[in-house]
Design a protein around this ligand. Structure first.
Ligand SMILES: *Cc1c(COP(=O)(O)O)cnc(C)c1O
Length: 362
């Protein structure tokens, strides 16, 4: 049996031996009593890293976004959000179901941004006809795209000037920071001393993005390679509200320090290596260049989209079967998504390229 190259998502990674050892060694307590030292340490670490007063560890990014929206908004409020944003499209309508908070979805521009004019036009005046516009949520990266930093500044400034709160779904904030550091660094690569706080360093860029917002959610279970968990960061007062909502959502966990230790290990050891995932996504894109009827989007981070057009579109089902037979896993039908991560290497990417080239006989 050939081994599988799983490019469906960066959520599929398994904890490394070192991560498992960190989990095993974690001091534990009951976090519902506030007594799990590993959870407390993780919360302090991520809050300090991103420049916030406090943070809350949650089982999923979905629950983190839900707690954020419900902490910013009351019943009858609305949040402005992208059509393709996770916290609008992919979370079961939770903010509306559990919080009676209405989404105001906006179309994306080609680069993933929401046009400033669209944001401004969607903010409702104080009038009994309208829901109260209360919050702007952005996502970075969005579908693997880095939002331009100047845009993030402008959009969040606009929201602030109109009295809206600002929430970032930064499930892949560190992928964004790596890509932004590569743009900012003098030689087109993340600056040396990446853990350092200097401009062009990854944590510096992560904090620069995060500080445009009142609250930020980050996932440990994506590219960072932890098995479970997200963190929500904000002011002490905001996190106290989110803590109450997490309890209502059933997200209070007991000896969660085993999971927090995995996340903490990921922050210490798996941030800089995200750059390798970005290199591999580019390697995959380069390998697929020039195949007729395959439109390969240049990846900015670890997610690659390939559109099947023309004759290739008609052969989509056959291609997917061929890939499955070759042990290559991806998602999509006419728009295939390939995601690189901790458990994929150059050899795996080259196998995916070879399988696709073999199918198209090129
Ligand atoms: C994965 C993801 C989440 C949260 O996902 P969970 O599966 O609930 O942890 C939120 N936002 C974005 C952008 C994501 O990619």
């Amino acid at each position: 049996m050939v081994s599988t190259v799983d490019l469906r998502s960066d959520t599929v990674t398994l904890p490394t031996a070192a991560m498992r050892a960190a989990m095993q060694a974690a001091p534990l307590g009951d976090d519902v009593f506030g007594g799990d030292p590993s959870v407390n340490a993780l919360q302090e670490k991520i809050a300090a890293m991103l420049g916030f007063e406090a943070a809350l560890f949650l089982p999923t990014g979905t629950q983190s976004n839900l707690c954020a929206i419900l902490s910013h908004c009351q019943r009858g409020d609305e949040y402005l959000v992208g059509q393709m944003a996770h916290c609008y499209r992919w979370e079961g309508g939770g903010a509306a179901v559990f919080g009676s908070v209405q989404p105001q979805p906006l179309n994306h521009q080609a680069d993933g941004t929401l046009a400033l004019a669209d944001i401004e036009a969607a903010i409702k005046p104080d009038d009994a006809h309208f829901a109260r516009s209360r919050l702007l949520t952005l996502e970075n990266t969005l579908g693997g795209k880095l939002l331009p930093f100047e845009y993030v500044q402008q959009a969040t400034q606009l929201a602030k000037s109109k009295g809206l709160g600002r929430h970032l779904d930064g499930a892949r904030l560190f992928n964004a920071a790596v890509a932004q550091a590569a743009l900012t660094g003098s030689d087109g690569r993340p600056a040396a001393g990446l853990k350092g706080g200097e401009r062009g360093g990854i944590t510096f860029e992560a904090r620069r993005i995060a500080q445009c917002f009142d609250s930020v959610s980050v996932c440990f279970s994506k590219g960072l390679g932890a098995p479970v968990g997200s963190a929500l960061c904000g002011s002490r007062e905001f996190i106290a509200r989110a803590h109450r909502i997490r309890k209502m959502a059933g997200g209070g966990m007991r000896q969660a320090g085993m999971l927090a230790a995995a996340a903490s290990h990921a922050l210490d050891h798996h941030i800089e290596r995200l750059a390798q995932d970005h290199v591999l996504a580019k390697r995959l894109a380069d390998g697929l260049a020039g195949i007729e009827d395959l439109q390969v989007e240049a990846p900015q981070t670890n997610i690659l989209f390939v559109d099947l057009t023309g004759a290739a579109k008609e052969r989509s089902a056959a291609l997917l079967k061929h890939l499955a037979d070759e042990g290559i896993q991806a998602t999509g039908l006419y728009r295939l998504r390939f995601v690189t991560h901790l458990d994929v290497d150059a050899e795996g990417v080259d196998r995916a390229v070879a399988a696709i080239r073999q199918f198209f006989k090129v």
